[in-house]
Design a protein around this ligand. Structure first.
Ligand code: HEC
Length: 95
């Protein structure tokens, strides 16, 4: 029994990180109503808080650059989703 003890912290750490991942429900309360709201919540609120996104003001072209950067970081966004997200952010979070 004692020889399994050193592995206990690893198992615990895995359990905690799984729970943290599940808790990362996107917070839509910061997003105004409009086409693309749920999509932005789903696509842009998983790796970091939505607050990171909506704390910024950019025009649409600059939002597209931000989305490009996020795709480079691993965000999965189809062409249609890209347009919807860029239009939503460029409309509601313009300078
Ligand atoms: C695969 C993970 C991932 C996804 C999905 C993601 N981001 Fe990010 N984002 C990051 C990382 C990593 C950073 C930099 C670290 C940080 O600030 O937390 C970041 C930072 C940001 C920043 C602030 C820093 C900067 O470059 O100005 C903005 C704005 C942003 N993300 C927008 C978005 C938008 C919009 C989406 C949805 C299209 C999105 N993110 C989806 C990983 C992601």
């Amino acid at each position: 029994m004692i020889k399994y003890l050193p592995f206990a912290p690893l198992v615990l750490a895995a359990a905690i990180s799984a729970a943290a991942a599940q808790d990362a429900t996107p917070d839509l309360s910061l997003l105004p109503a409009g086409p693309g709201r749920e999509l932005v919540g789903a696509k842009c609120g998983t790796c970091h808080a939505i607050a990171i996104v909506v704390g910024q003001r950019r025009d649409r072209a600059a939002w597209e650059q931000a989305i490009d950067q996020m795709i480079g970081r691993g965000a999965e966004v189809s062409d249609a989703e890209y347009d919807t997200i860029a239009a939503y952010l460029g409309t509601h979070f313009a300078p």
